[in-house]
Design a protein around this ligand. Structure first.
Ligand code: B3K
Ligand code: ZN
Length: 869
């Protein structure tokens, strides 16, 4: 198939003003009647999308159409004789239980007990009925559901409830009307046996909204945390952005069978249970945070995505990048700004930088695609959020709010573009932000080079910044980007200096914008050569190249008042220390270890921050710095680095701290308790590297006494990774204890898939024959195969290529069931070109053979071909 290109965009020939949709729901077959009220130009053909639909009846303006008046082939229904104001009625049949792709209308759970639901973004609606399946067609929906009352007691669709009642033969109906025109990707329905919790929410505008969370009966008690989070984020959006909820009800539904995290359908959000259910015995602290974040993300889409939607899928980051940014701000406000920033930058480096450095690299606004579902990427989401963050930083809090108000006001009820966004933010602040469009149009992570020079005679420090596009990225000639660099200067005692630029005192922090290839910035009245702290808060998504002396980084690591910048200095120093491990160097290694040992002894430091400071960059990030990647060697060197750190701190101090972090009594979920558990885990891991017997004994005890999942899983992971004699028993215990909880079992699969080194493969193979393993459930497939392939470099990248072979075989099986999940897992092959020669050859062989398979889905074929090139 030919790619779809941004530059070919044309407005739709036909619009659908309103639709009356009615469903006769059944597990095996569902019949859908759609009445489309059409507006458009009669001289242009009406073409509607429809995939795999069985057309039962078709009528135009209430007259059945002859077979000659329409054609249905290759996913398009073409109808003749339509005029402006015509009503087209179609009746189709679909097969929910047979739908393993989990796109369109499908069954979650078993035939006997499961429920029906829909997933339409990006192009699932065409699996439900004939419609112009594109986001710039905005339509008013009236949806009527009919079903057997005993089998489907709960009937839900987006919008406001508009009546319900009984029908003959034990059937019933319910109707929903959505007053807000929306694109069809935001349509949703849910039908089945579900329980609910509900709460009234009074909006800042004084309207009462019913919030309802639905799940299967056995987990309904795990929905309270999400309900609290929902209320928090609704209030926050009112206060931070002046955005209020706009329907009478807000439904949220949990399912265990979902291709992604969650979906922002208007008035009826649907969640992967992983991001909605939370209970102390089975949910880790990090997962609690993720629930809060995803609940907020989906809710925030109600304005950034639903009220203002995207003109076409190339603009996806308009809603996703913006909504990720809004969620990041919210989570920072609810928890800790520094820790949230650390987590997000770490994610960017682990997921987005490698994507941007390899053959799958694409701009935040891609220029073309074959399968849009392959573009829900870290680039569109996370880098997209970084671009919004740069704009917000440039405008300042008030200017950004003014700009966002303008954006929402101008584009409400519209399908907008990235240009519309930049124009609104700029116009509201009398600024031209169009130079930032270049960031949206080019792939690759820019490199920012920094050179400092101190002139003692002139008491002047000059900083020369230059930017360099990534060599192998797409455009031959890249225009310079505006790169905001937030910076500070420190004296040798670790104090921040007052900054004087161009005769003005600008405070202790300044933002300079590099918008040419190279620029020099001067700071006056500087007495002694300072230590620069650059890119504070990660003010632009670039790779900083600066020849820091290890001692300078150690100074920032120990003295910077801002937790994020401290962590950032530590990460850079750790990378140099990693190089020392390889070459037998000492300077950076000792600087890193000594600085951290000093911080370890500081009782005033936030334990959660300390835990993050004690964690060097991950194996994936470290691999990004290599010319030729040997994952086994990277793993070994990183272990050595951490071992060195543990030895510097000392086994005694580690064990002592561990004991001090032990708390008796019932589980606490406040920030202090979470921070202590975070540090406890890190300390236990470090101790395991230098005193395995003691660490294992502690882990054993911790496993047995653990009050919650965070401690239990941390202990289990240490036992498994350090080959403790008791690991097998602990695993068996965990398996028994959580046999009925799929989300906990996923963790049991994942912790074993993370076993480092060659033994991982055998473990994965044996886990595949566990009765609880199935490729049909996306969470389970991701927990075992996704963790192994993307979260365990030294396990997956075996020199004999057996890891690649296993993944390729499973991808083929998975692709036949669920192409979206297969394509996602296949991205684990990204970056194979930079592997050392033996692994590279093995990967090439496996990938080439996979690419040859004739039956691959468009999803998987695009990723395999892309990764190979
Ligand atoms: N918008 C959805 C993602 C849809 C993915 C389609 N393959 C969830 C989100 O980003 O909020
Ligand atoms: Zn989103």
């Amino acid at each position: 198939t030919a790619p779809i290109r941004l530059r070919d965009y044309a407005p739709p020939a036909w619009r659908v003003e309103s639709i009356e949709l009615s469903f006769e729901l059944g597990i095996d077959t569902t019949e859908v009647t759609a009445r489309l009220h059409l507006r458009g130009d009669a001289s242009r053909p009406l073409r509607l999308d429809g995939e795999g639909l069985e057309l039962l009846a078709i009528a135009l303006d209430e007259q059945p159409l002859d077979a000659g008046a329409w054609r249905y082939a290759d996913g398009v229904l073409e109808v003749d004789g339509v005029s402006d104001g015509s009503v087209l009625t179609t009746r189709v049949r679909t097969h929910p239980a047979a739908n393993t792709a989990l796109e369109g209308l499908y069954l979650s759970g078993s035939r006997e007990a499961g429920f029906l639901l829909t997933q339409c973004e990006a192009e699932g609606f065409r699996h439900i009925t004939f419609f112009p399946d594109r986001p710039d067609v905005l339509t008013r929906y009236t949806v009527t559901l009919q079903a057997d009352r005993a089998r489907f007691p709960v009937l839900l669709a987006g919008g406001n409830p508009d009546g319900a009642g009984d029908l003959p033969d034990g059937r019933h109906w319910a109707r929903f009307v959505d007053p807000h025109p929306k694109p069809c990707y935001l349509f949703a329905l849910v039908a089945g046996r579900l329980e609910k919790i509900e709460r009234d929410y009074l909006t800042g505008e004084g309207r009462t909204v019913k919030l309802v969370i639905w799940s299967e009966a056995n987990v309904i008690d795990s929905c309270h945390y999400a309900m609290d989070a929902l209320e928090r984020c609704m209030r926050w959006d009112e206060q931070a952005y002046g955005r209020h909820y706009d329907l009478d009800v807000f439904h949220v539904v949990a399912t265990h069978d979902f291709n992604m995290g969650a979906m922002e359908n208007k008035g009826l959000n649907i969640f992967n249970a992983k991001y909605l259910l939370a209970d102390p015995d089975t949910t880790t602290d990090d997962e609690y945070k993720a629930v809060e974040a995803v609940v907020a993300h989906e809710y925030f889409h109600n304005w950034s995505g639903n009220r203002v939607t995207c003109r076409d899928w190339f603009q996806l980051s308009l809603k996703e990048g913006l909504t990720v940014f809004r969620e990041q701000q919210f989570s920072a406000d609810m928890n800790s700004t520094a820790l949230k920033r650390i987590e997000d930058v770490a994610l960017l480096r682990r997921a987005q930088f490698p994507e941007d450095a390899g053959p799958l690299a694409h701009p935040v606004r891609p220029a073309e695609y074959r399968e849009i579902n392959n573009f829900y990427t870290a680039t569109v989401y996370e880098k997209g959020s970084e671009l919004v963050r740069m704009l917000a930083g440039k405008l300042g809090p008030e200017g950004f709010r003014r700009g966002m108000d303008r954006y929402f006001e101008r584009n409400d009820g519209r399908a907008a573009t990235i240009e519309d966004f930049l124009a609104a933010l700029g116009d509201a602040n009398d600024l031209d932000l169009m130079p930032y469009l270049a960031w949206y149009g080019q792939a690759g992570t820019p490199r920012l080079r920094a050179r400092g020079h101190f002139d003692a005679g002139a008491r002047r420090y000059t900083l020369t910044l230059s930017q360099h596009a990534q060599a192998h990225a797409d455009l031959p000639e890249k225009p310079p980007l505006p790169i905001p660099v937030k910076l500070a200067l420190f004296d040798r005692d670790g104090r921040m200096l007052a900054l004087r630029m161009d005769g003005q005192t600008v405070g202790h922090e300044a933002v300079v914008v590099l918008d040419r290839d190279e620029q020099t910035f001067a700071f006056d009245e500087i007495e002694r050569s300072p230590v620069p702290s650059l890119l504070r808060g990660f003010s632009a998504p670039v790779i900083l190249e600066c020849d820091y002396a290890p001692a300078d980084l150690a100074l920032l690591l120990t003295h910077d008042p801002d937790g994020f910048n401290r962590w950032e200095a530590g990460q850079q120093l750790a990378a140099l220390a990693f190089d020392d491990c390889r070459h037998g160097g000492q300077i950076a290694l000792q600087a890193w270890c000594n600085a951290l040992a000093q911080l370890f002894a500081d009782p005033t430091l936030d334990p959660a921050l300390l835990a993050d400071l004690l964690t060097p960059p991950g194996e994936v990030e470290l691999a990004e710095r290599e010319q030729e990647v040997d994952p086994a060697q990277i793993h070994a060197l990183r272990q050595q680095l951490q071992k060195q750190l543990a030895e510097t701190i000392g086994a005694f101090a580690l064990a002592q701290r561990l004991a001090a972090l032990e708390v008796a009594g019932p589980l606490q979920l406040d920030a202090v308790a979470k921070a202590q558990r975070r540090l406890k885990r890190r300390v236990l891991e470090l101790l395991a590297l230098i005193d395995a017997p003691t660490a294992q004994a502690r882990a054993d005890a911790q496993y047995r006494r653990a009050q919650g999942m965070t401690d239990r899983l941390a202990a289990l992971s240490v036992l498994v990774r350090s080959d403790a004699a008791s690991a097998a028993d602990a695993l068996a215990d965990f398996r028994r204890r959580h046999a009925d909880n799929p989300l906990a079992l996923d963790k049991w699969f994942a912790v074993q898939a993370q076993l480092p080194g060659e033994r991982a493969l055998e473990r994965v193979r044996s886990l595949e024959s566990d009765p609880a393993f199935t490729l049909k459930n996306p969470n389970r497939a991701r927990a075992l195969l996704g963790t192994f392939a993307s979260g365990n470099p030294s396990g997956f990248h075996r020199a004999d290529g057996a890891g690649y072979q296993l993944l390729a075989e499973r991808l083929v099986a998975l692709d036949a069931l669920n192409p979206q999940i297969a394509a996602r897992l296949a991205t684990a092959f990204n970056g194979w070109q930079r592997l050392e020669p033996v692994r590279r050859d093995a990967a090439r062989r496996v990938l080439s053979a996979l690419a040859e398979k004739p039956e691959l889905s468009r999803n998987l074929a695009e990723i395999v071909a892309g990764v190979l090139k």
